[in-house]
Design a protein around this ligand. Structure first.
Ligand SMILES: Nc1ncnc2c1ncn2[C@@H]1O[C@H](COP(=O)(O)OP(=O)(O)O)[C@@H](O)[C@H]1O
Ligand SMILES: [Mg+2]
Length: 491
């Protein structure tokens, strides 16, 4: 057999590398941060400049850096073999991360590294890459291109220019650009929360974005005293440990609106329930049940941390952009058991919220009467919402309203309810599981509650605090009133 040299066309290969993975700005930055962490950086500075619609991004770390040979190797596509063993702290895998992440956003990637051996720089420009010609920066180029930080201390600077993807081919508005950047900030706060909070090897990583530190966003809200941590034994996969840490988040009524926005994210609690998979402490995938359970209203407070070492990459089928992983078959059954147990715990959190009765100091919607061995539930006509309802209508309307309330009481589905409760108490879902809809109820109630309170906002707060369902959801109600400027905490 004869052999001929048959390499890929440089430009065509690199253009297709632009679509490896599913990077958005956050995921692309995360891949650079992975490299900085592996290089033992303690501080990372991210700068995203709008630059009149021709954005430029810089990521500067104070890590070990690369000498010239290391830099040239690092610039090479597929710079390492994915099946090679990686050091246990290494967040890389395919030797593509820096390149594919960068080209997902820009066409010109410059990497500058300052080390004890000197300062070196190299550049790929997708518009000028025939035969894989790579630019090597001269001293003059370096001084013109690098930021002052990198001239002052050791570390690495990554520069993205000609950001055609990020700028949406120059169409992006300044406002939209700011949104994209702020979205990336909150994603990074989540992805690297364990590093930012100093949980990894007891060392705190500082990441600043456009001058402001990124604060850790703990998806389990471990700092809140109503969060339940459920202890579970680590699972063994081969000789490797996979740590499982389930949490039941506090019911929304115990959260402030701002906490709620942060924990629910853009997609809300419902979409963010499920597994949170960390590879070497870095969040790679979240809000999935791996088809072990359904997304349910009652399980929306369940979040399960799963910590895997990079030695199990193969089994989890980690993708190039580290955005996806598959649950190894060896773990399915055990995780399914854990999940089933947790769903009951989560729905109990909701149940404990619903329709409290005979609470001292609280006006409830339902009253319970027990006489001579007979129990009867009645709607409380004195409840401010009910009494306002009856007051707003008169004559025939009032008769109708009274009849409707009687009909509701008399047709209370006792048998069906009793049946369900005996079969599976945890499946009963009578209370609101969505804070948005709860706030709607609150907003609808406020005008009539304000009338009951004779127009005084102070009295309104007191009334809500002692009237269900607002009383049993007080922290949420309070933060709503505060946001409206209707509530001052009295000392
Ligand atoms: N910020 C950095 N500091 C030091 N070395 C880096 C940095 N970024 C990248 N490198 C080097 O470049 C190599 C290639 O990075 P990358 O393309 O992300 O692939 P991988 O992380 O899978 O090895 C890394 O293995 C590392 O040696
Ligand atoms: Mg990498």
């Amino acid at each position: 057999m004869d052999f001929v040299h048959n390499p890929p066309d440089a430009s065509a290969l690199m253009m297709s590398a632009r679509s490896f993975g599913n990077y958005d700005l956050a995921a692309a930055l995360a891949d650079l941060i992975d490299n900085s962490i592996t290089a033992k950086a303690k501080r990372i500075e991210i700068r995203c400049l709008f630059n009149d619609g021709d954005p430029e991004v810089r990521v500067i770390d104070d890590g070990l850096g690369m000498d010239e040979a290391a830099l040239h190797l690092a610039m090479r596509p597929a710079s390492s073999n994915p099946i090679a063993d990686r050091s246990p702290d290494d967040l890389g895998r395919f030797g593509w991360g820096m390149k594919s992440a960068s080209f997902s956003q820009c066409k010109r990637l410059t990497v500058i590294s300052n080390t004890a051996a000197g300062t070196f720089g190299a550049r790929w420009d997708l518009d000028d890459i025939d035969e894989f010609r790579m630019g090597v920066l001269s001293d003059l180029d370096l001084s013109e291109t690098s930021s002052t930080e990198i001239t002052e201390r050791f570390g690495t600077e990554i520069i993205w220019q000609n950001c055609d993807r990020l700028s949406e081919a120059g169409q992006i508005s300044h406002q939209h650009f700011n949104q994209v950047v702020s979205h990336a900030r909150s994603r990074l706060a989540l992805i690297f929360h364990k590093f930012l909070s100093g949980e990894v090897h007891g060392k705190k990583l500082a990441i600043r974005m456009n001058g402001t530190p990124i604060e850790a966003a703990d998806p389990f809200y471990r700092a809140h005293n109503a969060t339940q941590a459920i202890p579970v034994e680590p699972l063994k996969v081969g000789d490797q440990n996979v740590e499982i840490s389930p949490f039941i988040l506090p019911h929304f009524s115990k959260l402030k609106l701002t906490d709620h926005e942060r924990l629910g994210g853009e997609e809300g609690f419902l979409r963010n329930q499920g597994f949170y998979v960390y590879r070497n402490h870095r969040l790679i995938i979240h809000g999935t049940w791996f088809r072990l359970a359904k997304y349910g209203e009652l399980s929306q407070l369940v979040r399960i941390g799963v910590d895997i070492p990079n030695t199990l990459d193969d089994m989890w089928k980690i993708t190039i952009d580290k955005s996806d992983a598959q649950l190894p078959a060896a773990l399915r059954n055990r995780l399914k058991q854990i999940v089933d147990g947790l769903k009951g715990k989560s729905s109990r959190v909701f149940r404990s919220k619903g329709g409290k009765i005979d609470q001292p100091g609280t006006v409830s919607v339902w009253n319970r009467y027990a006489r001579q061995g007979e129990v009867r539930y009645e709607i409380n006509r004195e409840h401010p919402l009910i009494s306002q309802l009856l007051k707003t209508v008169d004559g025939e309307g009032q008769d109708f309203a009274r009849a409707a309330i009687k009909a509701i009481e008399q047709t209370f589905p006792v048998a069906a309810f009793g049946n369900d409760a005996v079969k599976d108490m945890d499946s009963l879902n009578q209370t609101e599981a969505d804070p948005g809809r709860f706030i709607e109820l609150l907003e609808a109630a406020v005008p009539s509650m304000l009338i009951e309170a004779d127009g005084s906002f102070n009295d309104l707060a007191e009334l809500l605090r002692s009237t269900d369902p607002f009383a049993s959801n007080w922290p949420l109600v309070q933060s709503y009133l505060e946001k409206k400027g209707w509530f001052d905490e009295q000392p």
